[in-house]
Design a protein around this ligand. Sequence first.
Ligand code: SAH
Length: 222
Amino acid sequence: MSHRYILEQAKQELLSSLEQRGISPAVLQALATVPRERFVPEALQLRAYEDTSLPIGHGQTISQPYTVAYMTDLLDVHPGQRVLEIGTGSGYQTAILCTLGAHVWTIERFSDLAEQARQTLHALGLYPTVIVGDGWEGYPPAAPYDRIIVTAAAPEIPMSLARQLKVGGKMVVPVGQKDQHMYRIIRINENEFDVYSSAQRFRFVPFVRTQPPDNNHVHAAS
Ligand code: SAH
């Protein structure tokens, strides 16, 4: 059997299992469109449609497909929205956001991961703005955003990022130490934020703080 055939079979199985777990048709469609095998190291390509995270170098991982799908559903992305992603990694989540019609700014602290992701995305005809830098500061030049997604585990809700949301905007971020609950923050008005957290637990690589913490971060009760 050809590799293409094996991958296609595995992809269909993954999509039907995600459908059974309640992922929306729009997000399933985006996952069907984006070739995940292009975002994993060559040696792991045959495992691209296992529902698991995989190493991408620098001790980082491409997130598990279910996690990407769950976060994308919670984020509720619409075409034309301005979306900020923290933690480009492989660029797979970025590709899903672009495929949903968002204008994407994505920040990665490892320059070679950012460069690799940019090349993979360009080869697929996707052109987000890829920025090398520290995600804790967000990206003020393109703020405010309709949506913000953090793809690494934050020790607390990053309020510096939440303040880069438009009123009515939403942020999805995994919060916790050893494992994480998924948080969705909605900016109700200039000063108020609605906070929801999932019962489900996830496990992410850490959102590394390369700057000293500011004292405006709110502690999350999980
Ligand atoms: N969305 C990615 C997930 C990558 S894992 C994917 O689908 O492949 C999380 C990424 O966040 C890692 O690449 C890590 O280097 C990056 N990261 C962690 N802390 C960061 C920070 N402070 N600023 C920018 N990127 C960060």
